[in-house]
Design a protein around this ligand. Structure first.
Ligand code: BGC
Length: 289
């Protein structure tokens, strides 16, 4: 797995040495589906779950070769995996994806609702197509996948030899589920929607021992925000928004996801976990305001 430490454009900090290598396979035998898993955060989480012992469905929409490479990495660690092409905003695709998962893996224990995109525009120029695409993938896609997963969790119930919970859903949200974002109104609205959808589902399904939480990443080094970190000038501008003074890496998110999917976090449901180097701490007040 590529782990681009130390941060490329910041020579002032000591190198961060944190290889992703869980000592115990805390998700051994669990069946996971990661949407949007062929790049960025989804890719990191799929590999992290595989390293932790879970069998993984690697959902992708475009990059089949990359999805197959992730499948190979999960298998190299001894878990099972396959790639499945599906558009999460399409109900038939989602149904088909879950039906195949139940055939191949028997059930689902962990859903990582990750697929998401940005179509940025100044608000007065934003088209309905840009609005609809972002809302349908980022929000409706999470609804469709969560609904299929909850149906299976309720049908099957808790299997104590597998997990204390009947199922775990992790919604990949964003710091922009609470930080407003000019120029990205569709994206921020979708993530704000994810926040309340997640909490409302969590409240409804908790009695069935289903846990539903969000991970809310800040600026993470992925293709979605390449202009925010790929030049020294952009990187140093970005650091004004990050009290911890380094960009996030996909492994930072993957480690949080593995923990949140494991029984170590069994009493946590309905929580938004900000993994953001302090981006949500009002960094403008760092020096007293
Ligand atoms: C967005 C990134 C952005 C980050 C912090 C994420 O949700 O996808 O483009 O860099 O939030 O602003």
């Amino acid at each position: 797995m590529d782990t681009p430490f130390p941060p490329v454009h910041d020579e002032t900090l000591p190198p961060v040495v944190m290889p992703f290598c869980p000592i115990e396979q805390k998700l051994k035998g669990q069946k996971a589906l990661v949407t949007g898993a062929s790049s960025g955060i989804g890719k990191g989480i799929a590999i992290g779950l595989g390293h932790a012992g879970a069998d993984v469905v690697v959902n992708y929409i475009k990059d089949e070769a990359e999805a197959e490479a992730i499948v190979a990495e999960v298998k190299r660690c001894g878990a099972n995996a396959y790639a499945h092409r599906a558009d999460v905003s399409n109900e038939d695709h989602v149904r088909g994806m879950f039906a195949r998962m139940f055939e191949e893996f028997g059930t689902i224990d962990i859903l990582i609702n990750n697929a998401g995109l940005q179509k940025d525009a100044a608000f007065h120029e934003m088209t309905l197509a840009q609005w609809n695409l972002v809302l349908s993938v980022n929000l409706t896609g999470q609804f469709l996948c969560a609904r299929e997963a909850v149906r299976e969790f309720r049908r099957r119930g808790v299997v104590p030899s597998v997990s204390c919970a009947a199922g775990k859903i992790i919604c990949v949200s964003s710091v922009h589920d609470i930080i407003p974002w000019a120029g990205h109104v569709n994206y921020a609205a979708s993530k704000g929607g994810v926040a309340m959808m997640m909490k409302s589902i969590a409240q409804e399904v908790a009695p069935y021992r289903v846990r539903v939480n969000s991970i809310c990443p800040g600026a993470v080094r992925t293709p979605i925000n390449v202009e925010a970190w790929s030049t020294p000038e952009a990187y140093s501008d970005l650091m004004r928004l990050v009290p911890y003074k380094r960009i996030g890496e996909v492994d930072d998110i993957a480690r949080a996801a593995v923990w949140l999917a494991s029984d170590e976090s069994d009493y946590i449901t309905g929580a938004s976990m900000y993994v953001d180097g302090g981006m949500t701490l009002y960094p403008g007040f760092e020096t007293g305001g």
